[in-house]
Design a binder for this molecule. Structure first.
Ligand code: NAP
Length: 273
């Protein structure tokens, strides 16, 4: 069922356009989710790195009001922007661009507040972030801002230095574990060996968050849930960052339930109106 703003936009061929910039971007659940939220003209925008800057500069002229940004363009999105929020600047990456009439491109990072929104009022006195890529930077920044004592573990330890968290040589206990590595995308293999953890060691966390998302739950989420641990999966994280982008662009409260349902629905026909 379409939300209120969806009905407003769906009938209007001149409605603002939105999209998600990535390379590749075919796997993204954002079009289904954002269309369900009300952005009827939201589409995938597959753009190779070498074409990113020119494409972004042309989007406003093509009727776009905003775009989400995913791998590998989040740093380039910040670089092309004419203004940026403190969060985007301090994290060094943007996942949301807003286009103004005079060529302004405003950069925001909703990954960081999206993680905090997903965590809600769960205990976050301490957190362990796994990974040191783009999403780990946002997670460290967000959790640090929320007052957590943040530790970081990464396969390549040197990459974890300088991100604003205590670097650890192996996973340690904490209130929250946030997997910001890409480990777990492959459904056939267990993530534990690569993450230097065992499934039974997950009991040292009150909440387990896995940013990785795919059809069906990840092994990390499944094994944590089996042990009675509170879990937040990658689709919920996707919904929360998307909800914040939606509100930024429209000024409306995001219809979280419609977005969740669409994000979780396998193979939504994206071009049906
Ligand atoms: P990234 O910048 O490419 O970083 C990848 C990280 O994974 C690095 O820390 C890398 O470690 C680690 N890694 C890769 N293979 C590994 C292995 N076999 N063993 C141990 N560590 C390994 O990626 P990202 O942008 O941070 O994204 C990470 C994951 O989060 C992706 O799956 C992405 O789809 C997902 N994500 C989800 C959302 C959401 O809304 N749910 C948002 C953002 C990202 P090294 O430094 O040692 O290479």
């Amino acid at each position: 069922m379409l939300s209120e703003p969806a009905r407003e936009h769906a009938a209007d061929g001149d409605a603002p356009r939105y999209g998600v910039l990535g390379w590749p971007v075919g796997h993204s659940r954002s079009p289904a989710m954002m269309r369900a939220a009300g952005l009827a003209r939201y589409q995938r925008l597959p753009v190779a790195p070498e074409a990113f800057e020119d494409t972004v500069r042309a989007l406003h002229g093509a009727g776009f009001r905003g775009a989400n940004v995913t791998i590998p363009h989040k740093q380039a999105a910040l670089a092309v922007a004419t203004s940026a929020s403190d969060a985007a600047r301090e994290i060094g990456a943007a996942n949301t661009l807003t286009f103004g009439a005079d060529g302004e491109i405003a950069a925001e990072n909703t990954d960081a507040p999206g993680l905090l929104a997903a965590l809600g009022d769960r205990p976050t006195r301490s957190a362990l972030v796994l990974g040191a890529g783009g999403s780990a930077r946002a997670a460290v920044w967000a959790l640090g801002r929320a007052g957590a004592e943040v530790s970081i573990w990464n396969r390549t330890a040197e990459r974890a230095a300088g991100l604003g968290a205590r670097v650890v040589r192996e996973p340690i206990a904490a209130d929250v574990l946030v997997n910001c590595t890409s480990v777990g995308l492959d459904r056939s293999s267990s993530p534990f060996k690569d993450l230097l953890l065992t499934a039974d060691e997950l009991v040292q966390y009150t909440t387990v968050v896995d940013l990785v998302y795919r059809a069906g739950e990840t092994v990390l989420i499944r094994e944590a849930a089996k042990r009675g641990i509170d879990t937040i999966d990658g689709l919920e994280i996707l919904v929360r960052q998307g909800a914040l982008s939606f509100t930024l662009w429209t000024g409306l409260a995001a219809p979280l339930d419609s977005m969740r349902a669409a994000a979780r629905e396998p193979e939504t026909p994206l071009h049906a109106s």
